[in-house]
Write a protein that binds this ligand. Structure first.
Ligand code: AMP
Ligand code: GLY
Length: 433
């Protein structure tokens, strides 16, 4: 028998957003956590007595038993490879696996090879052929940048003219720089979306609880795409049997395709799925935890997340993750101007006025300025509540959101509204007219 792998007492989380705050909080139930570069909302002592510290030191300079890399950019850049080469235990794919998210064209190639259902698509670096293909599709139309654009490089539209103009703008480099030098043109899929985060230790898969996020900036799914304006979990229409089917049809077929390329994928495969009339189809794969999905999925985790992610890092994933029955709803509060040009530097008020023990406030774009907490990014806070029903979690998340403010603060008012049975958030209960 081989010796048991060393017990994790200290975890290093890489990143500074709401996802990393949620990771730190839940890892901090069972281990001390150090976050780099982190944000001012993270530091402290967890209810279980573990410390969460924030440092500007690079991950390579931090001693930890497990490294959890949050965002896609350092993964694409090979941080997991560099840490592994130095003998560290890492949750997160190497640069080879991270290309799944780093290049949509590569992801589509893998899906085609694996036989995973996805939207019809073509990838182009010249305007003429891109427009020809676009015009051959029935609509709605989807135009994506090939490279990373933080979830914002996607246009979904019912207007062919708008799609045509977007192809030209992206390919000229004027809208997304080099990330847009290759565009993916796709048929628009219609249905309900589901974010399924699936742990992968190289050979085995284990799904986390399904979640839904709200990508458009405005109520009623209007306005441009963002990184995500809110989320909830679980989804009533995605039960355990459907989760298993989604894993079998959409994720498992990738394993042999990755193996054939010599990719030892240890981390999370995030399947963005559309549940269409003709069955589930993959919109995208990401190589990291979804944000804000993580802010509703991980607080519901009913187990030792540190041990679970260590199993993944070690290639010995045997735990089937379990989740509490309580629902979680997250409302993202964003800076004015998000997603285009968020204004930052505004003082944040009201955090102390939130006293509901069911609410967790995850910081994303915040920083300290002369002893004052100010906005420092597009998405500023994720306000998450856990309660026995989606309706109750939603009511509490919105009640907390109403207490927080800064000049121009923006949030959607319809996060999880349909799942909650259509109940309006408290502040919208006035009648108009
Ligand atoms: P992506 O960056 O590929 O994840 O796309 C971001 C979001 O755009 C998705 O979560 C969907 O809301 C939307 N989207 C992407 N591709 C499609 C598609 N083929 N049909 C409909 N919506 C899409
Ligand atoms: N919530 C979407 C994402 O993390 O990409």
């Amino acid at each position: 028998m081989t010796a048991a792998p060393p017990h994790v007492v200290r975890v290093c989380v890489v990143g500074s957003g709401g996802r990393e705050h949620a990771l730190a909080a839940v890892l901090g139930r069972t281990a001390d956590v150090v976050v780099t570069p982190g944000n001012p909302g993270m530091a402290g002592t967890t209810p279980e007595g573990h410390t969460i510290t924030v440092t500007a030191e690079p991950p390579e300079a931090i001693e930890a038993d497990l490294y959890v890399i949050g965002p896609e950019a350092p993964l694409v850049d090979g941080l997991a490879d560099r840490l592994r080469a130095a003998g560290r235990r890492v949750f997160g794919p190497g640069a080879d696996g991270a290309r799944i998210e780093g290049s949509k064209a590569f992801m589509k190639e893998l899906l085609a090879e694996a036989g995973v259902p996805t939207a019809r698509f073509g990838s182009f670096d010249e305007v003429g052929p891109a427009l020809d293909f676009l015009r051959s599709l029935p609509g709605p139309w989807v135009v994506k940048t090939d490279g990373l654009a933080a979830g914002k490089g996607v246009l979904v539209t019912d207007s062919l003219a708008e799609a045509e103009a977007d192809v030209a703008a992206k390919l000229s480099g004027s809208s997304f720089g080099d990330a847009g030098r290759t565009v993916v043109v796709e048929e628009g899929l219609i249905g309900e979306e589901c974010s399924l985060l699936v742990l992968c230790d190289g050979t085995r898969l284990a799904p986390l609880a399904p979640a839904r996020d709200f990508k458009r900036v405005g109520d009623g799914d209007t306005g441009p795409n963002t990184g995500g304006m809110g989320s909830y979990s679980p989804l009533a229409e995605v039960d355990d049997a459907l989760v298993d089917r989604l894993v079998d049809e959409a994720v498992a077929p990738l394993l042999p395709v990755l193996a054939a390329r010599g990719i030892d994928y240890r981390g999370v495969l995030y399947a963005g799925l559309m549940l269409t009339d003709s069955g589930p189809k993959v919109l995208e794969f990401n190589v990291r935890f979804g944000d804000p999905e993580t802010q509703v999925v991980l607080p519901r985790y009913d187990g030792d997340l540190t041990a679970l992610l260590a199993e993944v890092a070690d290639g010995r994933l045997t735990t089937r993750p379990r989740f509490v029955d309580d629902a979680a709803v997250c409302v993202v509060a964003a800076a004015p101007g998000y997603p285009e040009v968020p204004r930052t530097g505004d003082p944040i008020d009201g955090l102390d006025a939130v006293d509901d023990p069911a609410v967790r406030i995850f910081h994303a774009g915040t920083r300290m300025d002369g002893g004052r907490l100010v906005t420092a990014g597009g998405r500023v806070l994720g306000i998450t509540a856990l309660a026995p029903t989606v309706a109750e979690a939603r009511r509490r998340a919105y009640a907390a959101t109403e207490r927080i403010s800064w000049p121009g603060m923006v949030h959607r008012t319809d996060i999880a509204e349909r799942a909650a049975g259509g109940a309006a958030p408290t502040h919208r209960e006035e009648t108009v007219g």
